[in-house]
Design a protein around this ligand. Structure first.
Ligand SMILES: [Zn+2]
Ligand SMILES: [Zn+2]
Length: 134
């Protein structure tokens, strides 16, 4: 049904799209996500670099390079909102929360989480029915 998703930051300066199916969709409990984003765990959709296209406002996209890890955080230079981040495989990681916000508060079904991963590294326990992998 949805094979293309259109997202934008809070101020609308940056617009980008995602196409096809995400490589991964789930909750990530690894320390890299925690450290890069200062969150207890990350609600991710992960995409190949080529699946994400910045369609407007490329000049407003600012990049934070993590000092030691092969990770970057891309954010809007005007409103400061995080757009996505990259990992060591150079995937594009887009928060389910941003997608939800751009879709009237509802995450499209094909993007909903299927599991928790790196659960052994968690700092918070989750009581739900999704599979949990270390
Ligand atoms: Zn913005
Ligand atoms: Zn992670």
């Amino acid at each position: 049904m949805y094979d293309e998703y259109h997202l934008e930051c809070d101020c609308g300066s940056v617009k980008f799209s995602l196409s096809g199916e995400p490589k991964v969709r789930g909750f990530c409990h690894c320390e890299d996500c925690r450290e890069l984003l200062k969150i207890p765990y990350h609600s991710v959709t992960a995409w190949e670099k080529e699946q994400l296209k910045v369609e407007a406002g490329a000049e407003s996209v600012a990049v934070f390079q993590h000092p030691t890890k092969r990770m970057q955080r891309f954010y809007c230079g005007t409103c400061g909102e995080t757009l996505f981040n990259s990992n060591a495989m150079d995937w594009r990681i887009v928060s389910q929360l941003l997608i939800r916000k751009c879709y009237d508060g509802e995450l499209p079904l094909p993007l909903q989480s299927q599991m928790h991963f790196f659960y052994g590294r968690r700092i918070i326990d989750i009581d739900d029915s999704l599979p949990k992998r270390d």
